[in-house]
Design a binder for this molecule. Structure first.
Ligand SMILES: [Zn+2]
Length: 191
């Protein structure tokens, strides 16, 4: 559909309800996509042949302008685990609705989140609260990376639970960002 020119933007992919099946499609539609390795873990597994080590990577991708993806991948080599995670992050890409949900600010520009959002994964919970322009991202390092890649510039965050579990924490932030579109219909977010 992209080759035929029937789909020319990521917005159309989501509005049309299409599923992205190849990571390359995301790169073609979002040429400014950036990639960040969030975490790498060594995973030991007991097999009949003895102990087997594999690496698990978590990678985030985003265009700093309303799209964010998070994915993980496992492989015997770090480089391959990152590649798999990066491909999976592209397939998991979602639109993020931004806004000025800050009562102190009220500028109406899309520099923060439109309202308070809440995400949960594993034993971790994060609440992202709209902040005024110029505040920056008041968040942990991992949350800063993911929020920044999504295009959110100013917000406060509160987190609960085992926040040092980096993969769960990253997925909790991603889950929160999904909420920005959960309560509205696709026609709302083209604006
Ligand atoms: Zn504002």
């Amino acid at each position: 559909m992209i080759q035929e020119g029937r789909v020319t933007s990521m917005e159309e992919v989501f509005m049309g309800g299409y599923q992205v099946k190849e990571p390359q499609i995301v790169d073609a539609l979002l040429p400014d996509l950036q990639e960040e390795v969030i975490n790498i873990n060594l995973v030991q597994k007991q097999t009949d042949a003895g102990e087997k080590s594999r690496f698990k990577a978590v990678v985030a991708v985003g265009n700093r302008d309303g799209f964010i993806g998070l994915g993980s991948g496992k492989a015997g080599q770090v480089r391959n685990a990152i590649e798999k995670a990066a491909a999976s992050a592209r397939l998991n890409i979602i639109p993020v609705r931004r806004g000025c949900g800050s009562w102190e600010c009220g500028c109406g520009k899309p520099h923060s989140v439109p309202f308070e959002i809440d995400g949960k994964t594993g034993g971790v919970r994060i609440v992202v609260v709209p902040g005024p322009r110029g505040l920056g991202l008041v968040a942990s390092e991992v949350a800063k990376i993911i929020l920044g890649l999504s295009g959110v510039k100013d917000c406060w965050t509160r987190s609960y639970g085992s926040t040092r579990t980096v993969p769960s924490f990253a997925y909790a932030v991603f889950d929160a960002l999904k909420q920005t579109y959960n309560l509205i219909t696709p026609s709302d977010w083209v604006k």
